[in-house]
Design a protein around this ligand. Structure first.
Ligand SMILES: Cc1cc2nc3c(=O)[nH]c(=O)nc-3n(C[C@H](O)[C@H](O)[C@H](O)COP(=O)(O)O)c2cc1C
Length: 160
């Protein structure tokens, strides 16, 4: 069994597309986090909703994707960069699980800010894990860029 899990949240599909590419190249299991109340697709409204949740440390209830991590050793965790940190549904997932002994690999998509605090914020929730360097993507990324990155972190990915 491939013991790799790819977990992500995505509002506008950018992070989803990146997650799908990682899953394709690693052969891992992919799961999308879906909160009970999703955010508006209007940028200004979403900004207000997200700012409000992040400032309160609010972690929404997840109605999909919050799977057991017991059978997975390597977990890719992906989020859009939202005000320099992870989207609240990703924080819900991080708070809900014990990542002791797991290998954690962050990934994000962004509008120019790169990871900002995302890697650090994930690290704070995964203190007893092996954190590998992630990838931050702005716009389109090629399969080759992803495979090069996977090589640099010495990920031995499987293709069927
Ligand atoms: C509410 C909100 C906050 C954002 N904050 C940032 C930010 O602080 N830095 C940044 O580089 N991009 C920011 N962005 C841009 C997103 O990170 C970028 O568009 C991302 O690719 C969206 O991912 P998605 O398509 O998976 O939802 C923000 C977007 C939204 C909607």
């Amino acid at each position: 069994m491939n013991n790799t899990l790819i977990i992500y949240y995505s509002l506008f599909q950018n992070t989803k597309n990146l997650a799908i590419e990682i899953a394709t190249q690693t052969g891992g299991t992919i799961r999308e986090l879906i909160p009970d109340v999703n955010y508006s697709f209007d940028y200004n409204t979403a900004s207000k909703e997200v700012r409000n949740q992040i400032s309160r440390g609010f972690c929404p209830k997840l109605i999909s994707g919050n799977v057991s991590i017991k059978d997975f050793d390597t977990i890719f965790i992906g989020s859009p960069n939202w005000f320099k940190t992870v989207a609240p549904p990703v924080m819900s997932f991080l708070k809900h699980h014990d990542f002791t002994g797991k290998t954690i690999i962050p990934f994000c998509t962004h509008g120019g800010g790169g990871f900002s605090n995302i890697e650090n914020d994930i690290a704070k929730e995964c203190t007893k894990s092996n954190l590998l360097p992630g990838i931050a993507v702005n716009g389109l990324v090629t399969s080759e860029e992803i495979s090069n990155w996977l090589m640099t972190i010495k990920w031995r990915f499987k293709k069927e």
